[in-house]
Ligand binder design. Structure first.
Ligand code: 5GP
Length: 158
């Protein structure tokens, strides 16, 4: 059995506040927060509240099909945000984890085509990540269990 890093809902709440504090202390004031669906949606939401930034967008990227099972390349799923959505000068890209970093690299490269300053915030970053995120809550190389995806999908009772 592989070692696991378990994130509880409580720790997720603290991680969100800590990451927002890192961003503020760094003097970074993003015009827009871009969450990478689906894993980045939850931290993007909590960080947007913690920073008081209502300009929150979502980009949908698919890469993983199971525990350590990946597609060959991360793919951006439609609708891809329009350039007009990214008329902002600075963007904070938020995801749950930078693992290979492939997902964040795809999104950051997409953003830097449109905006001057694109920075990344993640709850976890692994050593092998191709993208070195500006804001990281915790470093680990284990498979992470997130509280929103570690339980089976709900099925009808009875
Ligand atoms: P990357 O492109 O950096 O390899 O991984 C991107 C996405 O894969 C993450 O946003 C996450 O949804 C999923 N992923 C990667 N590593 C893990 C992990 O250790 N645990 C879980 N639950 N998902 C992961």
């Amino acid at each position: 059995d592989v070692a696991r890093e378990v994130l509880t809902w409580d720790a997720f709440g603290q991680a969100s506040r800590d990451l927002a504090q890192e961003v503020v202390d760094d003097g970074f004031r993003p015009d827009l927060i871009l969450g990478i669906a689906r894993g980045g949606l939850l931290p993007a939401g909590t960080i947007s509240y913690a920073l008081g930034i209502k300009n929150l967008h979502v980009i949908n990227v698919e890469f993983y099909t199971g525990v350590n099972e990946r597609l060959e390349m991360p793919v951006m799923l439609p609708p891809v945000p329009q350039a007009v959505d990214l008329s902002a000068k600075s963007v904070l890209i938020v995801d749950d984890v930078a693992d290979t970093g492939g997902t964040l690299q795809l999104v950051r490269d997409f953003c830097t085509e449109h905006v001057a300053d694109a920075r990344c915030a993640v709850i976890f970053e692994k050593d092998r990540s191709a993208v070195k995120c500006e804001y990281v809550w915790k470093r680990t190389n284990d498979w992470i269990d997130f509280p929103w995806s570690d339980k089976p999908v709900i099925t009808a009772t009875s």
